[in-house]
Design a protein around this ligand. Sequence first.
Ligand code: SAM
Ligand code: SF4
Length: 319
Amino acid sequence: MRDSYDRSIDYLRVSVTDLCNLRCTYCMPEHGVEKADHSRIISVDKIEEIVKICADLGTRKVRLTGGEPLVRRGIIEICHRISAIPGIEELCITTNGILLKKYAHDLKLAGVDRLNVSLDTLDEEKYKKLTRCACSEHPIKQIFEGIEAAKKEGFGTIKINTVLLGGVNDDEIRSLVELTRDEDFQVRFIELMPIGEAKSWDKATFIPNSTVLEKVPELVPCGESGVAHLYNIPGYKGMVGLISPLSNHFCSTCNRLRLTADGKLKACLHSNKETSVIDLEGDALREAIINEIKNKPRNYDLSVSNPSSSDRNMNQIGG
Ligand code: SAM
Ligand code: SF4
């Protein structure tokens, strides 16, 4: 379906839970999420019903995110049901990778096509601080074991999402790019967005993606993939993607609709407008989805001085 600015809205991102086994400082409050809210988390049946309607309206790609999707009870069932819906051509998951080793096999069987694994640093101690992780002694090792398991299951190019954080991981840009030397990874640098926890962060933390090209001048442009501008170093197996929501707005080609973990449709990540669909069914649900697409805002002029209008943290919306 096309919105009123003639953009084809064919990509649905579903936050299946707002819970997470990490508490990344830019994403979640230190104290985590109140359990009491969970009677209002969207059910597996409702997710399926919404995806079916969206598929009928032209959605071709679904991404499951969170919170951490792999901590959602029934995640494999959710994947099975979505991948079976006629019209859905691509099912992807964005995960922090901590539980990937355990789930790689079942995700593949459940019809997941692609994986994005979030990893902001290659330094175990920095990782623990950044994610407030109490999960294991060597979380990064655990994540790479998950990636290995996923490769063995036949997942193709695995995308590694790295949020660029000035003064935190900009000294690791080259090491992260080096991951693409021998592996078919796409390392994607994402500019930190002033939303949720990060709204109040020091301006110096928000650095543009041009920093990547300054630090690694051998990177050569080699196309585009969705919102990412692609580069590679000649002779390297993998690629680097730059996703620049601040320095290079992509609203004019935005094809996304979002469903939050508490059952709200969001046509724009940064707008505060949401429509609750958790209690709707049948024609009323379909009508609400159509209206949300029709009323998708033209753009949002995100910048450090004009932060997101959304009152939500990213773990609720899903990024
Ligand atoms: N837990 C999963 C993970 O971390 O991959 C999925 C949910 S997480 C909210 C999805 C993505 O959003 C992650 O890659 C994360 O780094 C990114 N993210 C969270 N807050 C962000 C922010 N303020 N700006 C840019 N990216 C952000
Ligand atoms: Fe959890 Fe992902 Fe947010 Fe980190 S970015 S706290 S892993 S939801």
